[in-house]
Structure formats: structure tokens, C-alpha cells
Design a protein around this ligand. Structure first.
Ligand SMILES: [Zn+2]
Length: 388
């Protein structure tokens, strides 16, 4: 791994405090000037490619458009946020940076809007073009894309900016592409809401989320790139978008400085993460000591993060089985543990099922409690039952 020099991705200061070591070579830092929480060292493009390639297998299948799932729910939610602020009945030009499978752009088919997307990943880009017939999706990096001479009325980017090595470069490019009276919409995790969200531990420790913004640190970065925040919605009450925020911004004159007050949030975040990790490890160690056969429900990235965390403590071995509604999505195994479709008659010797899902924890627990009612199987919800 080639380590790059570290400076704050927002204000470029080199004055920061190290808060949390992940044991993967990465650590979480907070800028003492603007308060941004960011990852150090910055992973190289090569590191990022390797990491993202390992996620390909957990991508959703091609029936996602017509089914009820989080991805469709996200797309609809973002569509209503944008169209409540921009008149969808008038003609306009819209660009989504990081358009993924095109689910958001697809919703504009009912409107007169001309929509464009740029998506560097091959599979989602080809799905957008072939399956959704979104002809203006380009499979390349933002810098390599050609949008013609006309500017955009709206530019959107959802859950992309926290993955970028140089987030300001994207914002500055967006500013160039945006018409003077255009609108920019950005969604990203909100540090204030992430304190006990274990999935972010996973993203951080692997160099996938390179920064964690609060509404104010995002606003100060936007200001440095010539934008002014118009509105910000925090998503604390929406399970699907839990821990996120979506902001609307317009072009401004350059200027403005950040606030160091976010330092406290970053500090609190890292302390809670450490506590969460400790509590989880203690629970699993206790179950292993008691000789309980433990299964985990959910075979997503969330569980992968959980198993890695347990692996560090030598506890991953205490998980016998992983249940999921679609075991094929991870090829029937996750971190060398078999993934099975959940069926009542397959419970076998399982004493305890740990529900490992943030967005759907309550639904899964309700369902499992209905099924194992009367059986000698305990249900444990990570977010319901771990309090830090
Ligand atoms: Zn800074």
C-alpha cells in the first residue's frame, strides 16, 4: 500500500488529531481547523479498485426495478426531495454523478427532463443503458465524460462524495457544469447520526468512506467550492436512509470558512464506535463461553463488517450459520461461513439468532419472533440490544 501525504480534504490544513486506529493501516482523524472527520492515509486509486472489486458479488440482481427494496425506496425518496424543489413539469437537463443502476434517473422518464448519468462501474452502467434504456449514461469517471456544451439545471450525487479522494474536485467540476441558476443535490452520511452505526466502522476501516461530514462541515466544503447551502434534511427518522442527510445548494461567490465545533462530534463518534465494538465482542465471547450455537441473520455488507470485527477478537468462529433471504447473492458463503435461506425446519441446534441489519432490523425481528415463538431460540438485535 502506497501511503499519500495527509491534509484535510476540505480546508487543506495539516493540523489534525488522530482519534481511532482501525488496525488496517487506516485511522480516523479530525481537522483542527475546520472540524472535518476524515480518513488517513488516503488510499490510492489502486487500493480503491481492489476494494470495490470485492463488492461486485453483493450487488443487487436485475429485478430490482420492479421489487420493493431499499434501492428503489432510496431512489423514490431522492426523486421526491429533488422534485419538491425543482419543477419537474418543465423541461430541464439533469446530471447524476455516480448514477449506479440508474434507478433515480429512471423515475424521470415520466417527466420532460433530459437526464444524464456518469457511472464508473461497468455492471451498473450497462444495466442503466441496456435494461433501463437510459441512453445518456456514460461509463467513465466524471472528468472523462462529455456532456456537450449545454449546462445542467440540476446536478445530483447521492452517497458518492464520501468515497472520493478529492471531493472538492467533484464539487468544482459540478459548479462548472451547472447553470448559474441551477441546483446541486448531495446526499452523504451525517456524522451526527452515525455514532453507533457499525457499517460505518466497516467502511472506514477499509478506506471506503474517506470522510464523514456533518451538515456544517459539508456546508463549509460547499462554500469553499463556490456553493451556498439552500436546505438540508437530516434523515434520522427514515430507517432506509438512516444516518444520512441530503442537501440542496446553489452557486455562490467564493468565500467562507469552516467551524471547528464539529471536532466534538468526531470525538464522540470515535468513542462510541470503540464502545460499540467492545460491547459486541463481549456479547459474542459470552455466548461462545456458554457453548451457544449462534446464527446471524443477514448476509450483507453489514454482516461482513460484523464478522471482521469479531475475527479481530478471534470470535468469528462462534458464528455457525448465516441466514439470508437470498443466499445466492454472496455465493452461499460469507467469510467462510455457510449462508442458508432461512426456514423454520432448518433451525437445527441454533440457540440464538443475531439480527445484523440496520434498515430492516425491526421487520426481521418481528418476523423471526413470530416463527420461533415457543421454540428455545433467542433473538438478538444488534441495534435494539446493544446500547452504548
Ligand atoms: Zn479542515
Amino acid at each position: 500500500m502506497v501511503l499519500l501525504a495527509v491534509q484535510c480534504p476540505s480546508c487543506e490544513a495539516s493540523s489534525f488529531r488522530e482519534l481511532l486506529e482501525f488496525g488496517t493501516g487506516y485511522s480516523s482523524r479530525v481537522c483542527e481547523v475546520c472540524g472535518l472527520n476524515f480518513l488517513a492515509p488516503v488510499p490510492t486509486d489502486e487500493d480503491l479498485k481492489v476494494m470495490y472489486a470485492s463488492f461486485e458479488q453483493s450487488y443487487p440482481s436485475r429485478d430490482i426495478v420492479d421489487s420493493e427494496n431499499d434501492f428503489v425506496a432510496f431512489a423514490r425518496d431522492r426523486f421526491s426531495f429533488v422534485t419538491e424543489r425543482v419543477d419537474k413539469s418543465k423541461e430541464g437537463r439533469l446530471l447524476e454523478i455516480g448514477s449506479s443502476y440508474g434507478l433515480f434517473l429512471n423515475l424521470f422518464k415520466e417527466t420532460p427532463w433530459e437526464v444524464h448519468g456518469v457511472e464508473p462501474s461497468v455492471l451498473p452502467a450497462s444495466f442503466s443503458k441496456q435494461d433501463l434504456a437510459l441512453k445518456n449514461v456514460q461509463n467513465c469517471m466524471l472528468d472523462e465524460a462529455d456532456f456537450g456544451q449545454k449546462g445542467f439545471d440540476v446536478i445530483c450525487s447521492f452517497h458518492v462524495i464520501e468515497h472520493l479522494r478529492n471531493p472538492k474536485k467533484m464539487l468544482l467540476t459540478a459548479r462548472k457544469l451547472l447553470k448559474n441558476d441551477g441546483r446541486l443535490f448531495i446526499a452523504t452520511p451525517n456524522l451526527i447520526e452515525l455514532e453507533t452505526n457499525i457499517i460505518h466502522y466497516f467502511f472506514l476501516r477499509h478506506g471506503l468512506h474517506l470522510m464523514q461530514c456533518t451538515p456544517r462541515t459539508l456546508e463549509s466544503m460547499l462554500r469553499r467550492c463556490g456553493f451556498e447551502m439552500v436546505s438540508c434534511r437530516q434523515e434520522e427518522d427514515r430507517p432506509a436512509e438512516c444516518g444520512s442527510m441530503i442537501v440542496e445548494a446553489k452557486k455562490s461567490s467564493y468565500g467562507g470558512v469552516g467551524s471547528p465545533a464539529e471536532y466534538e462530534y468526531a470525538l464522540k463518534f470515535c468513542r462510541k464506535m470503540q464502545k460499540m465494538k467492545r460491547r459486541l465482542s463481549e456479547k459474542f465471547a459470552g455466548w461462545a463461553e456458554g457453548g451457544l450455537d449462534v446464527a446471524v441473520y443477514g448476509a450483507g455488507v453489514h454482516t461482513r463488517g460484523l464478522l471482521e470485527l469479531l475475527d479481530e477478537e478471534g470470535l468469528a468462529i462462534s458464528v455457525q450459520t448465516i441466514y439470508d433471504d437470498n443466499p445466492a447473492k454472496v455465493g452461499g458463503r460469507l467469510c467462510d461461513i455457510p449462508v442458508k435461506a432461512f426456514r423454520e425446519d432448518r433451525l437445527g441446534d441454533i440457540d440464538l439468532i443475531v439480527v445484523s441489519s440496520l434498515a430492516a432490523e425491526k421487520q426481521i425481528i418481528d418476523r423471526l419472533e413470530g416463527i420461533v415463538n415457543g421454540e428455545n431460540v433467542k433473538i438478538f438485535g444488534i441495534y435494539r440490544d446493544i446500547v452504548v
